[in-house]
Design a protein around this ligand. Structure first.
Ligand code: AKG
Length: 308
C-alpha cells in the first residue's frame, strides 16, 4: 500500500499568540437570561434593569442573550431590525447598551439584535467598552438553517445575511472572541480565537428543545476544553407560548471543561467569577499547544479576523 505524504498548504494559521495580560485577571461576569416579549420598548427597559442589577451585584462584564429585543422569528427580524451604524436615534437597543455601559463603567457583550444595513439584515452582537463606545460588532457568520423533520425546521437565511468576519476584541475584561449561537458548532472559529490569544469566548445563543438538551452544554464544554479558555453562553428564558421555544440554560464553563455556573430555563441572572490566572495553570497542566503536531495537520489561515 502506498502512502502519500501530507503536504501542508502554504497559507497557515498564524503561530499561537501568548496570552496577553488582561487589565483585570479576576472579575465577575453577569449573564442575564431574559424573558423576551413582542414589546420592544419593554424588552429594552427590561434588559437595562437586568444589566443594572448585574452591575450592582458586582459584574464588570454583563452579557445578554441572542435576539433579546425581538421575538426569534423570520417574521420578526425585519420588523424589529435597527440600523446600528446610523446612530442612537436609529437604534434604541444599542443606544441603551452604550448609555448603561458608560454610566456603570462596565463592559457589555450585548447579546444580539436584528440589524438592518441597506437592504440586508444580520443577526448582530455589539460589544461596548466601559466608556460606552462600540468596540466590536459581530454579525453571525453561520446562519441557523436546519431541518430535523417533525422536530425543528428553521431557515435564518430566508431573511438574514451571514456575516463575513470573525470578531475578537480587547476589552477591560480580557480578549473576547464572539460567536452567535450556531457559530458555536464550528470549532475552527473557536480555534482561531484561541490562536489569537482570546481569554474568553462569548456565544449569545437560543438553542431549542430538540438540540438544546443534547448539544448546548456539550458544545460549550468542548470549545472550552479544546481551547483551554473560558466559554460563556447567554440564552433568552424559555417561553412555551412563543413560536420558537428556547432551551435556556445559560452557562459559564472554565478552561478544564468544568461548568462553573448555570441556570435552568426561567429568567435569571448568573453572577460568577472568572479568573484568568487559571488559564496559565491549565495550559501548564496540559500543554496542548506545545504538543500539537502542526507538522501533520494545520488549519488554513483565514486572515480575516478583525481585531478592534
Ligand atoms: O445549533 C442549534 O442547534 C441551534 C442554533 C440556533 O438556535 C441559532 O443559531 O439560533
Amino acid at each position: 500500500m502506498s502512502s502519500s505524504a501530507f503536504k501542508p498548504e502554504q497559507a497557515r494559521l498564524p503561530p499561537a499568540l501568548p496570552l496577553s495580560s488582561p487589565p483585570l485577571t479576576k472579575f465577575k461576569i453577569g449573564i442575564c437570561q431574559l424573558a423576551v416579549t413582542p414589546d420592544k420598548e419593554r424588552n429594552i427597559q427590561h434588559a437595562r434593569e437586568a444589566i443594572e442589577e448585574a452591575a450592582q451585584k458586582g459584574a464588570q462584564l454583563v452579557f445578554l442573550p441572542e435576539i433579546w429585543n425581538s421575538p426569534y422569528s423570520n417574521d420578526g427580524f425585519p420588523v424589529y431590525a435597527e440600523d446600528i451604524d446610523a446612530g442612537h436615534d436609529a437604534s434604541p437597543s444599542t443606544a441603551m447598551l452604550s448609555e448603561v455601559s458608560s454610566r456603570l463603567k462596565i463592559t457589555v457583550v450585548g447579546g444580539s439584535i436584528p440589524e438592518r444595513c441597506g437592504d440586508k439584515l444580520y443577526n448582530t452582537c455589539c460589544v461596548f467598552g466601559t466608556d460606552g463606545k462600540l468596540k466590536a460588532k459581530h454579525r453571525k457568520i453561520h446562519l441557523f438553517d436546519i431541518d430535523i423533520p417533525g422536530k425543528i425546521t428553521f431557515m435564518e437565511s430566508k431573511t438574514l445575511t451571514a456575516g463575513e468576519t470573525p470578531t475578537i476584541v480587547d476589552t477591560d475584561v480580557g480578549r473576547i472572541g464572539v460567536g452567535i449561537c450556531y457559530d458555536i458548532r464550528f470549532q475552527e472559529l473557536a480555534m482561531i480565537y484561541a490562536s489569537r490569544g482570546a481569554h474568553l469566548l462569548c456565544y449569545p445563543g437560543a438553542f431549542n428543545m430538540t438540540t438544546g438538551p443534547l448539544h448546548w452544554e456539550l458544545l460549550q464544554r468542548a470549545r472550552a476544553v479544546d481551547n483551554q479558555l473560558y466559554v460563556a453562553t447567554c440564552s433568552p428564558a424559555r417561553d412555551t407560548g412563543a413560536g420558537y421555544v428556547a432551551w435556556g440554560h445559560s452557562t459559564l464553563v472554565g478552561p478544564f471543561g468544568e461548568v462553573l455556573a448555570t441556570t435552568e430555563h426561567d429568567e435569571d441572572i448568573i453572577i460568577a467569577e472568572i479568573d484568568y490566572s487559571i488559564l496559565e495553570q491549565r495550559r501548564a497542566n496540559l500543554p496542548l499547544a506545545m504538543q500539537r503536531r502542526g507538522d501533520l495537520y494545520q488549519l488554513v489561515d483565514i486572515r480575516r479576523v478583525s481585531a478592534h
